[in-house]
Design a protein around this ligand. Structure first.
Ligand code: BT5
Length: 325
């Protein structure tokens, strides 16, 4: 019965199937159908039910970002060893920060939806249900706080490596945006809890637009998704690949102080090196040419007066001369 219900709803794709049709086709009462739908939901099928319209399948359990799905063929030592999965939450970063002290390094908080997803400086991050990857990785490196911002670059390098290995052609807009066809598909928010000499924990928040086809008006000019650009890849595969890429680069940095691989990826896939861009800081805006990303992970730029200077991440925002990038 359960398989038949799934088959009928699945064949109907984006359309609703009414309870009446299901009960007629399957020869059982509507109450019995409802019971089956309830237990399918408990198994992880995301089935929408709308009064007078019926049922519609939004997400199969194989696509949900659960530990069961992600851990299959995941070859990491500690990233993703534990995954706490929510259907909805305010913000995975806020939740991770609340409980970070009791968590093992590498624990991941992941949610199908965020109702108060956030970007840097209190900006909003749109995180619609089942349409993207909204997750936070808890890290507890034995480093001085000064070395923490480089972890944003490690995250950017691992997202780009993972997505490009799966077939996309993404770029990094230093320090924390991932770009596809000149629009933003992903953002990183690194939050640090530290004492002067010691990091307590870092919460590395990653948001990736995967399936979104329609963005709200405020961001429709600057945002895109993998599906929208015709890269139809599985969210589970993306997460698993990011964990593997990230762990390798992160361990190299923390254990061996080796930044080379990360910097090479950030340079090779940079959306801004060699270009003229605007740096924005408060009300001021300056046109500069991007030359490089240096050993510290800072952006090296040349001003109009030919002065070469370094910009630290977090100091400024960057815009292209014609628009977002
Ligand atoms: C970021 O901030 O790009 C960091 C985004 C981090 C989101 C993750 S999701 C999991 C974790 N939990 C959280 O609560 N957050 C993290 P920023 O550079 O400040 O960019 C924010 C700006 O990007 C907004 O002001 C919008 O203009 C734009 N934006 C918002 N939602 C977007 C989306 N879904 N796709 C593309 N652009 C978006």
């Amino acid at each position: 019965m359960r398989d038949k219900i799934i088959e009928i709803i699945l064949n109907n794709q984006d359309e609703f199937t009414s309870g009446e049709i299901l009960s007629k086709q399957l020869g059982v009462s509507r109450a019995a159908i409802w019971k089956h739908i309830k237990s399918l939901r408990e198994e992880g099928y995301n089935i929408e039910s709308v009064n007078k319209k019926g049922y519609r399948l939004i997400e199969k359990p194989g696509d949900l970002l659960t530990y069961k799905n992600i851990s299959h063929e995941l070859n990491t030592k500690f990233i993703g060893n534990k995954i706490i999965h929510f259907n909805t939450i305010a913000s995975t970063n806020d939740y991770a920060k609340e409980i970070a002290s009791s968590l093992e390094e590498g624990t991941v908080i992941i949610s199908e939806e965020q109702t108060k997803g956030k970007g840097r400086l209190g900006r909003q991050w749109h995180s619609k249900i089942n349409e993207g990857i909204w997750m936070s990785i808890v890290l507890k490196p034995d480093i001085i706080p000064y070395k923490a911002p480089f972890i944003t670059l490690i995250a950017g390098a691992s997202i780009v490596s993972a997505l490009n290995k799966l077939g996309a052609n993404t770029l990094i807009k230093w320090p924390n945006d991932i770009i596809l066809n000149n629009k933003k598909i992903s953002g990183i928010l690194t939050e640090l809890s530290a004492e002067i000499e010691r990091v307590n924990h870092i919460v590395l928040g990653i948001g990736i637009n995967v399936k979104t086809m329609e963005f709200s008006q405020e961001i429709s000019d600057i945002a895109t998704s993998l599906y929208k650009e015709d890269f139809k890849m599985s969210r589970v595969d993306i997460v698993r690949n990011i964990f593997m890429e990230f762990e390798e680069l992160y361990m190299d940095y923390i254990n061996n102080n080796c930044k080379e691989k990360t910097l090479n990826i950030c340079r090779k896939y940079s959306a801004i090196i060699g270009k003229d861009i605007y740096t924005l800081k408060g009300d001021s805006k300056e046109l500069v040419r991007c030359l490089d990303i240096n050993e510290d992970g800072n952006l090296v730029v040349q001003t109009k007066d030919k002065i070469i200077k370094e910009i630290m991440s977090g100091e400024v925002s960057i815009r292209g001369i014609k628009g977002y990038i």
